[in-house]
Design a protein around this ligand. Sequence first.
Ligand code: ATP
Ligand code: MG
Length: 391
Amino acid sequence: MKEVILLKNGEIALKGLNRRTFEDQLIKNLRHRLSPLGAWQFSVAQSTVTAIPQDEYTDMDAAADICAKVFGFVGYSKALMVEKDMDVFRTVTADYLRDALAGAKTFKVCAKRADKKFPLTSPEICMEMGGVILSAFPHLTVDVHNPDVTVSIEVRDKAAFIHGNQQKGAGGMPAGSAGKAAILISGGIDSPVAAWMMAKRGLQLEAVHFASPPYTSERAEKKVHDLLGKVAAYSGRIRLHVVPFTAIQEAIRDKCPEELFTILMRRYMMRIAQVVAQENDCGALITGESVGQVASQTLYALACTDEAVSMPVFRPLIGMDKNEVIEVSRKIDTFDLSIQPYEDCCTVFTPKHPRTRPKLYYVQQAENLLDSDTLIEEAIRDTRVLMIRAH
Ligand code: ATP
Ligand code: MG
């Protein structure tokens, strides 16, 4: 008898021939994420992964919290793995689920019998165990439609599992199963949400942050580390490239028309991010832009930004309202960090009247005033790389 965690596969259960590849990635991610808590063994059957701790004293609550953030699972629950024997079920169930049942008003029993040789049918198991639970908790009543607690008894090939309500998993696809992309990360509310949304679709993340010391502080960069730490709790560790951006911003300020400052800066960011992305096997760039949010996010400005790069640019927030983005940022626990007031390089030298309809021709003319190749080369040469792990 042992406590384990059952994790229900999400979309990958629908995959055809290459389902194994997705499952392997999912288990690899899970193993990696649970490894700080000790050694684990994993098995897969009926679209469910069973995570079995190998050490005697593993913190199973901490393990469940980690499981809640692994993309690819739609649900999870701690469960008691026991012998396939009705006497055992009768003896342990009420005690194992004591906390949940004591606090509930209604319950039902749900039995699943994958092992058809088990002497009782599923309805018989339900009847029998319903009675056992009612005698242990006489205050409960049965509600088959909307119970506070569903007691599950799953009789599988090698063992049986007893558990209470299944918790909601993170959903999405296993991190890394869809390849890699580079997220342009600022210290704002939007880009960490954009990172999380694309990681949820199975992308492994490489992050690029532009810092402009002395205009931006070390504390502002630390904020980005902390934000990525929150995202990494879902996506797995993230390599962060911190690109010095001061020289480029000063060159634009000194030589180019003020109203084009923002769009020029954005194009340099995209170009540099593309080089980092290409050097690190990424197939796309990701930003936290959404239509109409600020001057650099009009259709004209977005088209002008895209023109600077050849890679696909993913903007998962493109049609979202700020409130909707904030809702996600609260859910993934980045909101409180994002609203800390540290300056971003975007807020340095912001023009009073940025162009909302920049013309590509004028933008390119302004860029010709700068030695772009050298500026970009130097920024990339002086880029620092750090590894950010889950916080
Ligand atoms: P955010 O909340 O993500 O800062 P924002 O609404 O402030 O977004 P902008 O400042 O216009 O929007 O930035 C748009 C996008 O450009 C960001 O979502 C991010 O992807 C990228 N970006 C902005 N500043 C930086 C930076 N310093 N380093 C890297 N990427 C950045
Ligand atoms: Mg920003």
